[in-house]
Design a protein. Structure first.
Length: 255
């Protein structure tokens, strides 16, 4: 992927890192550390922080500096619906511009995704999921729509959804259905496959949040692998003391 400026390169590096869980929610991001890691000066890192703050990926806290922002539980249903609308638009536009090389690149990302899922490498799976969707939507040549989608991603609880048992394998199958529909040139099937992919994660999250003890157990199992994410998961469950409150907090109707 080509970048016009160094700050765009840094911003993309950090977006993927945040959505993959490499930089967990609540984690402080230090300019000097990021600059050293990317072998850059502090200036493009500082500018990238400003870009990401405007998009909602990070917040600038007094006395702490720049930290990874929490997801917005109160607006999750609305975000889910907007994602289905805008990402379907991008997928259809991408299908119209798809080249054999684009198709091969997406297929390779999907292969790497499935290999990471087989290894149960959650961080790699989340990073590859981001690259898969980012690559697909870039093909659409609709940068403003893609920008709005990236703002929505910043607020979406990928952290929690990817802790649900078996979710990564189901996501891989959903990707395969989407690619199959795109190769067939079936616009209706593309929209249905993508909407189902997005909504499946949302529905599974609602079911999981109705089981507070299961949520706690899942988080505990991962506490030694990314403590800030596990802490966020436990705190989310604790703050929502019973299942009706939990579901309302995520913007859904309790069954």
């Amino acid at each position: 992927m080509d970048f016009k400026t160094k700050e765009e390169y840094v911003a993309e590096f950090l977006r993927e890192g945040i959505l993959s869980g490499r930089f967990a929610r609540g984690t402080r991001l230090k300019q000097a550390d990021i600059a050293e890691q990317l072998n850059l000066s502090i200036t493009p890192v500082r500018e990238a922080f400003r870009i990401l703050e405007a998009e909602g990926y990070v917040i600038n806290e007094t006395h702490r500096g720049v930290v990874v922002a929490p997801f917005d539980a109160s607006a999750t249903r609305e975000i889910n619906e907007l994602r289905m609308l805008l990402e379907s638009r991008l997928a259809l536009a991408a299908m119209a511009h798809m080249t054999p090389q684009n198709c091969a690149e997406l297929g390779e990302l999907q292969r790497e995704f499935e290999e990471a899922e087989t290894r149960r490498d959650r961080e790699a799976v989340r990073a590859l999921n981001y690259r898969f969707h980012r690559q697909l939507y870039t093909i659409a040549r609709q940068p403003q729509t893609l920008h709005f989608v990236q703002v929505l991603w910043a607020k979406y609880p990928f952290d929690l959804i990817n802790l649900i048992g078996g979710r990564m394998g189901r996501a891989a199958a959903e990707h395969r259905r989407l690619l199959k529909a795109m190769k067939a040139g079936d616009r209706k099937a593309v929209v249905n496959a993508l909407r189902e992919h997005i909504d499946a994660g949302w529905r599974e999250l609602q079911v999981h949040l109705e089981k507070p003890q299961a949520s706690l157990a899942t988080a505990e199992a991962h506490k030694n692998k990314g403590a800030p994410v596990a802490y966020k998961y436990r705190r989310f469950s604790k703050e929502n003391a019973n299942r009706s409150k939990v579901v309302r907090a995520a913007g859904a109707r309790a069954d």
